[in-house]
Design a protein around this ligand. Structure first.
Ligand code: GDP
Length: 139
């Protein structure tokens, strides 16, 4: 299978609890190559733009408040089957439902403060990678 790329975010709850190193270790152990990375704080408007697909969801305001509440670490990851592989490494959205050994199961606080983001399909991965990284950072 050809290499694929996905967008990962270490969310403010995880960065704030000092989990960045642990999550990066898991990314490397899972066999991903890190193509690009940045540490930043999203504005509320940037968080709303990134999660625009969720604008109609009841938790949109809470989610975008949370995502703009502190520093995040954004990563472009590459691997075979990277999109599904990263979602498997993260675990289910709700930590209580996530499989043992996954990041969300081990470190997630609740369905919102669940440590990490991962693209869910090739079209969203393309949008999300371009949202954070100019194309020359992804060469
Ligand atoms: P993901 O693809 O596994 O991240 O899940 P979704 O695309 O469904 O949701 C995006 C993000 O919104 C999740 O990762 C959570 O941070 C948050 N979220 C999802 N469901 C809920 C919810 O019911 N309540 C709140 N407050 N946040 C949620």
């Amino acid at each position: 299978m050809a290499k694929e790329r996905t967008l990962a975010i270490i969310k403010p709850d995880a960065v704030g609890r000092g989990l960045t190193g642990e999550i990066l270790k898991r990314i490397h152990e899972a066999g991903f190559q890190v193509i690009a990375t940045k540490s930043m704080r999203l504005s509320k408007a940037e968080a709303e733009g990134f999660y625009a697909v969720h604008r109609q969801r009841p938790f949109f305001a809470d989610l975008t408040d949370f995502m703009s509440s502190g520093k995040v670490v954004v990563l472009a990851l590459e691997a075979e089957n990277a999109i599904a592989k990263w979602r498997d490494t993260m675990g289910a959205t709700d930590p209580a439902q996530a499989a043992p050994g996954t990041i969300r199961k081990e470190f997630g606080v609740n369905i919102q403060n669940n440590c990490t983001h991962g693209s869910d399909a090739p079209d969203t991965a393309a949008f999300e990678l371009s949202f954070f990284f100019p194309s020359h950072d992804l060469l």
